[in-house]
Design a protein around this ligand. Structure first.
Ligand code: ADP
Length: 245
């Protein structure tokens, strides 16, 4: 972990149709952490990710990425959306989708060339999807599409990775493959923020955690704050999770 701050959220309030779904959030994500965002359904986890990406406009507050607005830093941020949230109504191969991840590093007009293709193929290999490179993306299973999105994020060579429930509905092998890649990213100094549902795996997978339920309940190192007290505050009455740390 460095001393830099990857993401700073300041007094953030977000509402849909005047109903606040995030309330006065202050959050500092240090560079180099592998952080889970946990909280019940409807806690605002996806909304927080979308706010960082500038997809949703807050009614109050601000967010910076390495001390500048996201608009100036978008090339430093890779995003893996929730599984099933993208409709593929046009024909695109798995390789095409991964190649799209390289576009940010190319200037106007330039088309991806050999170097980009090589990077895309390497990323497909890394996520175990090389054999599917020519398959239409719409003809892959949800878990396989998730791996393709991860490969696309990898070729972006970003500093910050935002992922919305990457383990949702994937099999155990895919889950292991994804977590190994996330740990590798952290090892190389990247910051990884993951909306996560399975509380049992938090201590094994992550070193940092944010508890969210409309308000920020707590944020910090897993070993210090992943406890029944914060789980109960976030999920309601007497929440207990038996975890081995
Ligand atoms: P989480 O990811 O923690 O499940 P979300 O950020 O998806 O929560 O949603 C937070 C709240 O905002 C929920 O009550 C949800 O119903 C509501 N919400 C999410 N997206 C929209 C939208 N586009 N329009 C209106 N309400 C929304």
């Amino acid at each position: 972990m460095s001393n830099r701050t990857a993401i700073t959220v300041d007094d953030l309030t977000v509402a849909y149709n005047y109903k606040p779904v995030l309330w006065d959030i202050d959050l500092v994500v240090p560079e180099g952490v592998l952080m889970a965002i946990v909280g019940p359904n409807g806690a605002g986890k996806s909304t927080l990710i979308k706010s960082i990406l500038g997809i949703i406009k807050p009614i109050a507050g601000s967010i910076t990425v390495f001390d500048k607005p996201y608009k100036k830093q978008y090339d430093l941020v890779a995003y893996v959306p929730q599984k099933g949230s993208v409709d593929w109504d046009f024909p695109t191969t798995a390789l095409d989708v991964v190649m799209m991840g390289t576009y940010g590093s190319l200037g106007w007009i330039k088309r991806p060339g050999k170097k980009q293709k090589k990077a895309a193929l390497e990323a497909l290999e890394k996520v175990g999807m090389l054999a599917f490179k020519s398959r239409q993306i719409s003809q892959l299973s949800g878990g396989q599409q998730q791996r393709i999105f991860l490969a696309r994020a990898l070729v972006q060579n970003a500093s910050i990775y935002l992922m919305d429930e990457p383990f949702q509905g994937v099999d155990a092998t895919t889950e292991k493959a994804i977590i190994n890649i996330l740990k590798e990213l952290r090892k190389s100094g990247k910051t990884v923020v993951v909306v996560h549902h399975d509380l049992q795996t938090v201590p094994e997978y992550f070193d940092w955690v944010t508890f969210l339920n409309v308000k920020k309940i707590a944020t910090g190192p897993v070993k210090d704050i992943f406890n029944d007290d914060n789980l109960t505050k976030t999920y309601g009455i007497n929440y207990k999770v038996s975890v081995q740390q």
